[in-house]
Design a binder for this molecule. Structure first.
Ligand SMILES: *Cc1c(COP(=O)(O)O)cnc(C)c1O
Length: 469
């Protein structure tokens, strides 16, 4: 394709994208393809000769689109949302056109300086103290890995990278049972070992870590000659929105000199609203905090905001500066590749800038508040249904329930059948989780274009389909 043919196709793609977003609510939310359908529709061998865009685009619609689960559907109530507000999609289009590599300041000064400014906008939006500085990571998993590596290096007096872990005392890292699996993986990849990830018991309706149990676990490890290194807290866990008592746990981390990281990948977006900040009192004590603007805030995937109280600890852990990457003569500049595991970096800050300028913080707050209020309203209605039990209460816009009609015996099986039948129906999309061993169904609202009617439709769908089982 020649670049002078690009604009025709660019317009067609833009028209297609607008039409897709305006009509996606008419499609079944979850993909309707069977395993292998898409694979078998794709030729086994690559073409030797080139093909025209007309044929490629036709196949995109015919082969690819039926195999897409519609994350931008207004009745996507599964997992957490992964939003793509229109202005952030435009910014991604521009980014992919200029395709800069943003590893160093000099490899795209605008990308670096925009990232510095956008992370500070987000810091202010969350009302974090000015001492926090930020970097955009590709995922919360990467931010958590970077934090765990920092815990390791700090606890080993910066010797782990050089000497390896073979001759070191075992390091111990503490979290609750409710943290995301990205924590386990970070522990594996950092060479710390699953057996050194200490699961502190939880208590209370927020399903948060018990601070007294945290203290006893640390004391027991010290007595056994092990070395406590870090604490990972969750604010808005993936299963039920579990939230640790941040202030009490971070005070204990400070007392024992543990590096602390807060995973608020989903719920962090809601902290742009002052009325939800009571969920993380004392957050300013943390060393590292991550949240994903690509989940709930509306920024196109991927974009993970990682705040650090002292970026030098992270840079000391991750920076390698071979001669060919040095930027001579420019002091005081930031090379963000020294703040993350991958070297290459996309220009992700542009889509934050487009999004926040388009809606303003107040426009974004209004959306989040609506999602939470509508989700609560649905919760209140379902709670009145005699055949349904609420299992965990709303944490922001997330809660869980179970279909438990009188006389039913195998509730796990019944609820798995219910969630599958709902998803086969296609009007809404839900996922299940386990709470204290029981299979339960999750509900969360957070899609950027969802309306109150979309959320309330879930009541009709859930009760109607349950009645057929
Ligand atoms: C989604 C989620 C993650 C993982 O986020 P990625 O950006 O996909 O790595 C981690 N923790 C929590 C609480 C999440 O909800």
């Amino acid at each position: 394709m020649k670049w002078d043919e690009f604009s025709d196709w660019g317009r067609r793609v833009a028209d297609w994208a607008q039409d897709y977003h305006l009509t996606v609510g008419d499609k079944p939310v979850r993909a309707t393809t069977e395993p292998g359908d898409v694979l078998n529709a794709l030729p086994a061998m690559p073409p030797e000769g080139g093909e025209g865009m007309e044929a490629i685009f036709a196949d995109f619609e015919e082969i690819v689109m039926p195999g897409i689960t519609h994350w931008q559907h207004p009745r996507f109530f599964a997992y957490f949302t992964s939003n793509a507000a229109a202005p952030s999609v435009l910014a991604e289009f521009l980014t992919s056109a200029i395709a800069p590599q943003c590893m160093l300041w000099q490899t795209s000064p605008a990308a670096t300086e925009m990232e510095t400014r956008m992370m500070d906008w987000l810091r202010q939006a969350l009302d974090l103290p000015g001492e926090f500085q930020g970097v955009i990571q590709d995922s919360a998993s990467s931010a958590t890995l970077a934090a765990v590596l920092t815990m390791r290096e700090k606890a080993l007096n910066w010797q782990g990278n050089q000497q390896g872990l073979f001759a070191q005392k075992p390091l111990r890292i503490y979290c609750s049972s409710e943290v995301h699996t990205s924590v386990d993986r970070a522990i594996w990849v950092a060479g710390i070992g699953q057996q050194n990830l200490v699961r502190v018991p939880i208590k209370g309706t927020w399903r948060g870590m018990d601070p007294a149990a945290l203290r006893s676990a640390i004391e027991a490890d010290i007595a056994a000659g092990l070395q406590p290194a870090g604490l990972i807290l969750c604010v808005g866990g993936t299963g039920t929105g579990a939230t640790d008592p941040v202030d009490e746990c971070l005070q204990i981390a400070e007392e024992y000199g543990l590096y602390s990281h807060i995973d608020a990948a989903w719920a962090g977006s809601a902290m742009i609203c002052p009325e939800y900040r009571h969920y993380w009192p004392g957050v300013e004590r943390a060393d590292s905090i991550v949240f994903n603007p690509h989940k709930w805030l509306g920024v196109q995937f991927d974009c993970s905001a990682h705040f650090l109280k002292n970026p030098d600890d992270l840079v000391q852990t991750l920076a390698i500066s071979p001669e060919y990457l040095k930027t001579h003569g420019k002091d005081g500049i930031i090379n963000y590749s020294e703040w993350s595991v991958p070297l290459g970096r996309r220009f992700r800050a542009l889509k934050i800038w487009f999004l926040i300028r388009t809606y303003g913080l107040e426009g974004l707050r209004e959306r989040l508040r609506n999602h939470i209020n509508w989700s609560n309203k649905l919760h209140d209605r379902l709670a009145l249904e005699p055949d349904f039990e609420i299992i965990t209460p709303p944490m922001w816009s997330l809660w869980t329930f179970r279909f438990a009609p009188e006389g039913a015996t195998d509730l796990d099986d019944l609820n798995l059948r219910l969630v599958n039948a709902i998803n086969d129906d296609g009007r809404i999309y839900l996922t299940q989780t386990r709470v204290d061993g029981d299979l339960v169904i999750r509900f969360q609202a957070g899609q950027f274009e969802t309306t109150e009617a979309d959320v309330m439709m879930a009541h009709a769908v859930i009760t109607e389909i349950a009645a057929t089982l």
